[in-house]
Design a protein around this ligand. Structure first.
Ligand code: SF4
Ligand code: SF4
Length: 227
């Protein structure tokens, strides 16, 4: 691989690395308690299930980690740069050699029609969670579900310029399009702006929790279900 394509991959990993701690610290318990979170959606009753086998998949379905689209970007920037995808795939292969990795299966019974639904986890899913770290795909760092987004907006006084539009948490896709296709100076600037956005959002979350003497956003916004 040429040095020329290396720097884009490094910039990509830097962006993911700058966001991962925010997810772990402020949003990780949402995903660990996904069914409670999903229970807040209006369609929850309609979509409620009993888990029969495996672990509830949340958003980590087979294939989700290998989606490289940048939704909402222009058609020539609608995917991550090919050299970044190639680099990610090469480094992911090494991660897949680790024991205990490979996803696994799950099944659940849907209440509304009694159907048995079977599925497979993302191949990067393990008992310890996602194994990819800085190699996560665009969708995995961009997607926040509606309850998460609503809570972050509440934390930020509904400042959707900070949280980002519905399809683009923290403008991740826009930043990844810059990393993929623009020159080095623009990429350096974008990375710096992105880090500032993450830091600002983290500060808003930290202050919000401090004022309420609470440990987590999840505990404030998601009431345990009684069912
Ligand atoms: S983002 Fe929301 S829906 Fe997806 S796993 Fe996390 S809590 Fe569940
Ligand atoms: S790559 Fe990681 S975060 Fe993304 S779907 Fe797979 S296990 Fe989940």
């Amino acid at each position: 691989m040429s040095v020329n394509s290396d720097w884009r991959l490094l910039a990509y990993k830097e962006l993911v690395d700058s966001l991962n701690p925010f997810f772990s610290h402020y949003l990780g318990d949402y995903c660990r308690n996904c069914r409670q979170v999903i229970g807040r959606l209006p369609e929850a009753v309609e979509e409620s299930v009993d888990l029969i086998e495996g672990v509830y998949p949340g958003c980590c379905h087979r294939g989700a980690g290998d989606i490289f689209r940048l939704e909402g970007e222009s058609s020539e920037r609608a995917n991550l740069a090919p050299e970044i995808i190639t680099g990610l795939q090469r480094e992911r292969q090494q991660k897949l050699q680790q024991p205990g990795v490979g996803g696994g299966n799950y099944s659940f019974r849907r209440h509304r029609d009694g159907a048995l639904v079977k599925g497979a986890h993302c191949k990067y899913f393990s008992t310890q969670g996602c194994i990819l770290g800085a190699l996560k795909g665009p969708l995995c760092i961009n997607f926040i579900c509606p309850p998460m987004r609503a809570d972050l907006l509440a934390v930020c006084d509904e400042d959707d310029f900070l949280v980002g539009p519905e399809h683009d948490f923290l403008f991740v896709y826009r930043s990844l399009a810059v990393i993929s296709y623009d020159g080095r100076d623009e990429v350096v600037r974008e990375l710096s702006d992105f880090r500032q956005r993450v830091q600002l959002l983290a500060e808003r979350c930290r202050d919000f929790l401090f004022e309420r003497q609470a440990q987590s956003l999840y505990s404030i916004f998601t009431k345990p279900s009684t069912g």
